[in-house]
Design a binder for this molecule. Structure first.
Ligand SMILES: NC(=O)c1ccc[n+]([C@@H]2O[C@H](COP(=O)([O-])OP(=O)(O)OC[C@H]3O[C@@H](n4cnc5c(N)ncnc54)[C@H](O)[C@@H]3O)[C@@H](O)[C@H]2O)c1
Length: 296
C-alpha cells in the first residue's frame, strides 16, 4: 500500500510520516521541506494543496491519503477567514476530487475537537453536537462534511484530535502553544501567564499517540466513521503550570490575567470508540513534559 501524508513537515504529520514509513511505502507533502530527521527528508515533496494541478500530480499511484495539512491558527482564521478556508476547505476538496479521479481507496481526514465548540457535556463523545466557535472550527467541520459525502466513492474516516503536544509543537499553535509557552517562560525563570482562574481543563495528548491511532484507523477504521483522539483525561491549566514549574525546579508563581473571550471551561475526550480499534494512549504528561523540557 502506498500512503500519502499531507502536512508531513508539521507537528503531527511528521510523526505520522515516520511511523507509516516503517510499514508502508510513503510520501509526504507540505508547503515547507521536512525539518526533522534527515533520513525522511527526501520523502517529502513541497507544494501547495490549494493548486488542483499539483494535487492531481501527487495522488497518482497512491492507495491511501492521511490529510493533516491545514491552517491551524484560530487567531489567524479570524484575521483572514478566506485564507483559512482556502487551506482547510478548498485544499481538502482538491484532494477528494483528485482521489476519485485517480481511484484512491482510503482517505483519512484529520479534523479537530474545535468542531464541538463549547461542550454541552464532558467527556465529549463523537455524538456531541458540533457548534464551532471560530472560522477555523467551521473550516475543519466543512472539511469533515465534504469528506463524508465522498464515503460513497471511497473509504473515508475522520479523526478529531484534542490538544496535541510534542517537542515538535509550534509555540503559536493554539492547542499546544500553552505548553511551549510555559516551558519557554519557566526556562527563563519568568512566571507563566494564565488567562482566567486556571481551572479550565483540556485533554493533552502526545503527538506520537495520535500517530499510532491514525495508523490503527488506516488499518481498521469503519467507513464514514469519526473518531475522537485524546487521553480521555482532563487536566487543568493550573495543574499543568505547576507541573512545568516543578520540572523546571524554579521558584516562580503563575500570573493570572483576564479570561480570554470564548475560552471554553472543560474539555476532554470520550475515547471509547478509539479503544474499540485497539487504541490505548501511552501519554504520560509529566514524563513527556520532562523529556520535552530537556529537548527544547
Ligand atoms: N495540534 C493540535 O493540537 C491539533 C488538534 C486538533 C486538530 N489538529 C489538526 O491536525 C492537523 C495537523 O496539525 P499540526 O499540529 O501538526 O499543525 P502544523 O501546523 O504543525 O502542521 C500543518 C502543516 O500543514 C502544512 N500546510 C498548511 N497549508 C498547506 C497547503 N496549502 N499545502 C500544503 N501544506 C500545507 C503546513 O506547512 C504545516 O507543516 C491539522 O489538520 C490540525 O487542524 C491539530
Amino acid at each position: 500500500m502506498k500512503v500519502l501524508v499531507t502536512g508531513a513537515s508539521g507537528q503531527i504529520g511528521s510523526y505520522v510520516l515516520e511511523l507509516i514509513a516503517k510499514k508502508y511505502e510513503v510520501i509526504g507533502v507540505d508547503l515547507k521541506p521536512y525539518p526533522f530527521n534527515e533520513e525522511y527528508r527526501e520523502l517529502v515533496i513541497t507544494g501547495d494543496l490549494r493548486s488542483f494541478r499539483f494535487v492531481q500530480s501527487i495522488v497518482k499511484d497512491v492507495d491511501a491519503i492521511i490529510h493533516l495539512a491545514a491552517q491551524v491558527s484560530v487567531e489567524r482564521s479570524w484575521i483572514d477567514p478566506a485564507f483559512d478556508a482556502e487551506n482547510n476547505i478548498i485544499a481538502t476538496i482538491n484532494l477528494l476530487d483528485a482521489c476519485v479521479e485517480s481511484g484512491v481507496e482510503k482517505f483519512i481526514y484529520v479534523s479537530s475537537a474545535a468542531v464541538y465548540g463549547s461542550p454541552l457535556y464532558v467527556p465529549i463523545d463523537e455524538q456531541h453536537p458540533t457548534n464551532p466557535l471560530s472560522p477555523y472550527g467551521v473550516s475543519k467541520l466543512a472539511g469533515e462534511h465534504y469528506a463524508k459525502i465522498y464515503s460513497e466513492k471511497m473509504h473515508v474516516n475522520i479523526v478529531r484530535p484534542f490538544n496535541v503536544y510534542s517537542e515538535r509543537m509550534d509555540p503559536e499553535n493554539p492547542y499546544s502553544g500553552v505548553i511551549a509557552k510555559f516551558i519557554e517562560r519557566a526556562k527563563k525563570r519568568s512566571p507563566p501567564v494564565i488567562y482566567g482562574d486556571g481551572r479550565q481543563t483540556r485533554d493533552f495528548v502526545y503527538a506520537k499517540d495520535v500517530a499510532r491511532f491514525i495508523e490503527a484507523v488506516l488499518k481498521k477504521g469503519l467507513n464514514g466513521e469519526a473518531y475522537n483522539i485524546g487521553t480521555g483525561k482532563e487536566i487543568s491549566i493550573l495543574e499543568l503550570t505547576k507541573t512545568v514549574i516543578d520540572i523546571a525546579g524554579v521558584d516562580i508563581e503563575p500570573v493570572f490575567e483576564r479570561p480570554r473571550e470564548g475560552d471554553i471551561r472543560r474539555s476532554y475526550a470520550d475515547i471509547s470508540k478509539a479503544k474499540k480499534l485497539g487504541f490505548e494512549p501511552k501519554t504520560d504528561l509529566r514524563r513527556d513534559l520532562k523529556e520535552i523540557f530537556n529537548l527544547l
